[in-house]
Design a protein around this ligand. Sequence first.
Ligand SMILES: NC(=O)c1ccc[n+]([C@@H]2O[C@H](COP(=O)([O-])OP(=O)(O)OC[C@H]3O[C@@H](n4cnc5c(N)ncnc54)[C@H](O)[C@@H]3O)[C@@H](O)[C@H]2O)c1
Ligand SMILES: O=C(O)C1=N[C@H](C(=O)O)CCC1
Length: 270
Amino acid sequence: MTDLPAITIAGASGRMGRMLTATVLAAPDRARLVAVLERPGHPWVGQDLGTVTGGAPLGLTVTDDPLEALAQSQALLDFTSPAATVELSALAAQARAVHVIGTTGLEPHHLAKISAAARHAVVVRAGNMSLGVNLLVRLTQKVAQALDADWDIEIVEAHHRMKVDAPSGTALMLGEAAAEGRGAPLSDLRTPAREGITGARKHGTIGFSAIRGGDVVGEHDVIFAADGERIVLRHLATDRSIFARGALKAALWGQGKKPGEYDMMDVLGL
Ligand SMILES: NC(=O)c1ccc[n+]([C@@H]2O[C@H](COP(=O)([O-])OP(=O)(O)OC[C@H]3O[C@@H](n4cnc5c(N)ncnc54)[C@H](O)[C@@H]3O)[C@@H](O)[C@H]2O)c1
Ligand SMILES: O=C(O)C1=N[C@H](C(=O)O)CCC1
């Protein structure tokens, strides 16, 4: 079993880190969990992963040393923060480990550094790693392509109260797909959140709205609104395991691929 891909998980104590850990540990026939990372100063660093999560010791000590972790890994599952992801992308590239990036809120300067790292190693990045959302992205593109600009497009998303970025990575994926269907870049069509006397809606634009509250895992509506009728495409996430399963699939898919940037469409063959 030692030839199974060795996996490091970053952000082990986070909402996604915990789910990723459970997902990889539940797949001993497909992957080996060899290291779990947390940020320097985090109370879990130096402790056994099993013990800190209230279970039996797992013999896996949480580390804040990505170099040591990546030296023994073929893949890194990274759902952390933009700053951490950029730092980890350079180290994953050095180690030639497949870097699976779920982190959202990445800005152009972060993306440029990730692209540089992807010259040396495989990077799979998606704002949403679930099968359902990636199918919804394709549907959104097709519906936007089929309808003219008299159909107003609005993307509405809801997430838990702890989410720090808006619009969500998923909403941006959906917006990009809708813009592609319309044959224009999202940057030309995007209308950010509205407030005050905004004036009437500008024809052909794509609007974004974000709701934050409670423990909502993730909900996305793509609304196509015309005179007299509306189409609503909806995805509801009720369990973070959908993202973790996608991330593990991406890590396994990326083994042996040529260095470069990939997304979940590539992994899922959509
Ligand atoms: N792409 C997807 O399918 C998907 C799904 C869910 C969440 N996300 C994204 O994943 C990210 C994390 O979400 P979350 O809800 O788990 O957040 P979270 O705040 O619960 O977890 C983030 C974790 O990363 C850790 N971290 C920060 N810097 C680090 C470093 N340098 N090294 C190691 N660990 C570090 C934090 O201490 C924390 O434990 C967000 O950007 C979120 O939007 C993406
Ligand atoms: O909980 C989060 O944070 C999520 N982030 C992703 C996004 O920004 O779209 C995916 C859904 C959950």
